[in-house]
Design a protein around this ligand. Sequence first.
Ligand code: TRP
Ligand code: SF4
Length: 436
Amino acid sequence: MRINPWSSAQYQDYTRLREQFGIQELTPELWQNMPDPPYFFRRGIVFGHRDFHRIAAAITDNEPWALMTGLMPSGRMHLGHKMVLDQILYYQRIGADLYIAVADIEAYATRGYSLQEAEKLALEEYITNYIALGLEPCTVYFQSRNTDVKNLGYLLGKKTNLSEVNAIYGFGGATNMAHVLSPLIQAGDILHPQLQKHGGPRPVLVPVGVDQDPHIRFTRGIAAAHRLFNVTITKDGTVGVFVKPDDDVSRLLDVAEQATADRGFSSQRNDAYKALYLEDARKEDIAAIDLALAEQEQRQGSYGFVAPASTYHRFMTGITGGKMSSNRPESAIFLTDTPESARKKIMSAKTGGAVSLEEHKKHGGVPEQCVLYELFLYHLMESDQELQQLYRDCTSGEQLCGACKQRAAELMASFLSELQEKRAAAREKIDRYISL
Ligand code: TRP
Ligand code: SF4
């Protein structure tokens, strides 16, 4: 199977996705020590990751790290987008150095928007809602205006070839070149916070849906391809630092020897194998050693980008079943919907209720197949106890779908009308957020 980040396909077999693409399971140990674990962790909405332990460690040890996200200005913002934003707002609250890319080049290259249309939509629809929902000032920029990002998009392309991008994205002879370049621009987005002038090497988290995993794999591959050192565990269990280029090996081994000695590791060196074996290092030390070496690489004038970390979230089901998508307005509740129009959508939603009232009272409903239950789980119910109670009352047949709909419609109506007021205030502040 191949994932196409520009298609509207829904990828739902999350276990299989994890296995096929090497995404790790996000187990509670990884987040339970973080401040006030939010609903998207507690309720299993964020289910997988790559290298998240680097982020968790930076958070607990108070080390620098950054959060990178991008918004594709296309269509209206709906509840699915809000769930992603909830993650971003949480990380910003706990101190993330936050970068938001407006993917105007990508929208131009892959969706047929002009840069002007993309800008208008990004500001009026997305950033306004972000601020209304609680975004604090951070780095928001447009791809088309960010020279660092665009340069990286070109320069990083040096170590990847056409066959590799074709294998990941399924490009063919008829794919337009702007589209071909757009993954490189996104790699530029994700890696540029680690340029010296933006703070240098540090763990960077990119929270995405699985549809974006090709970009993550691609970017991690590019970051690795530009490294001078590779730190890994060898067959006999020792941690080894390996020099990647073939020239300048002994000087680079000197650099590695010094950097690891500074961190308290003694080592055995083998110039012929281009290797340095760290005697007392453990697997858990690899991330810190890798970061120390990346810093040295940047001092040598090389890129030294630490591979970005990622998390993967489940997608909300659309109101009518299937995917929630702005292309099908009846499937989505938009943040600019009026309370009445949201009520209508909720009233027509696909529930997990039994075929008749009698059946429902007797056998109960199936919350796992209920869009309403999902609305409570993702957005409308803060308290886990209350949600568990709803689950029990639904499966036992005590809770009826009509009552759920009423309740969801009311909660949604007050959310939407409050948001509408906050948007008015947000529009006044927008200039403070745009850095490019
Ligand atoms: N490709 C992303 C989307 O379709 C948008 C995006 C651009 C992005 N740059 C990014 C996402 C950097 C994460 C990080 O929504
Ligand atoms: Fe869904 Fe509520 Fe009906 Fe259960 S009772 S199936 S949660 S709408």
